[in-house]
Design a protein around this ligand. Structure first.
Ligand SMILES: Nc1ncnc2c1ncn2[C@@H]1O[C@H](COP(=O)(O)OP(=O)(O)OP(=O)(O)O)[C@@H](O)[C@H]1O
Ligand SMILES: [Mg+2]
Length: 230
């Protein structure tokens, strides 16, 4: 089976001295969906920010067989579609439609092709009626949907979603599960929601203090690390 993400010995220290990653070993196969579980502050977000070069630590990262470097980070960014934990960091253009069309247009699609793709993915996430709204006027759940549409519009080979269901209402969560299930890409899903992980992923990786403390079937990992809600 093809490995699309392979990480060895990844370490990262924030400028204030926090050792957020302390030797992460990780791999993701094509067609696979993996859940990243772990306590607040265990390093999940820091880890995923490395996969498309937004942060640069020590160790090695291979994306689709190619070692990630500062020079080819733009290429990795096109392959790894990352939905940020905080949508405000993702949305920056004056209208929803322009924002979602920005990525595909940056990838070289013509303006009309990019707009058509943005229309389609905004429909997919239930935001087809907010095309001309300003992203900063949207509700939190609406922002999250637009951020997801923006990433889908770039048709990445690997989808990384950091807490994608936060702020989504229950129908929105169900629709997202349905949508993600239908997408062929390999996926990394960062979540505290074991039931969501179970619905979308066959494997879970558990982060603890900047390292992978265990991995295996979602239920087994949830049991082993006592990862069930009150
Ligand atoms: N910009 C930053 N500067 C300094 N420390 C940071 C920064 N961002 C995160 N950290 C620290 O790095 C560690 C890992 O944080 P990270 O956001 O990766 O955790 P997480 O597993 O995603 O947590 P959560 O479940 O709360 O989203 C934490 O100790 C956090 O305080
Ligand atoms: Mg996080």
């Amino acid at each position: 089976m093809t490995t699309v993400v392979e990480v060895h010995g990844l370490r990262y220290r924030y400028p204030d001295g926090t050792q957020a990653l302390d030797g992460v070993e990780f791999c993701l196969h094509a067609d696979e969906s993996v859940a990243l579980l772990g306590a607040n502050g265990s390093g999940k977000t820091t880890f995923v920010l490395h996969l498309n070069g937004l942060l640069e630590g020590e160790g090695t990262i291979e994306i689709c067989g190619k070692r990630l470097t500062r020079q080819n980070a733009a290429e990795a960014r096109a392959k790894v579609g990352l939905v940020f934990q905080d949508s405000d960091e993702q949305l920056f253009l004056p209208t929803v439609l322009e924002d979602v069309a920005f990525g595909p247009s940056n990838q070289g699609l013509s303006h009309s092709e990019a707009i058509a793709r943005a229309h389609a993915t905004l429909e997919q996430v239930g935001m087809g009626s907010a095309l001309q709204k300003a992203p900063y006027h949207l509700s939190s759940g609406e922002k999250r949907r637009v951020a997801i549409a923006g990433v889908l519009a770039m048709d990445p080979e690997i989808l990384v979603l950091d807490e994608p269901t936060t702020f989504l209402d229950p129908p929105g969560q169900r629709d997202l599960v349905k949508l993600l299930r239908a997408l062929p890409q390999a996926k990394i899903l960062v979540t505290h929601d074991v039931s969501l992980a179970r619905q979308l992923c066959t494997r879970a990786v558990f982060f603890e203090r900047g390292k992978v403390a265990g991995e295996g079937p979602v239920d087994e990992i949830a049991r082993r690390f006592n990862w069930t809600p009150a």
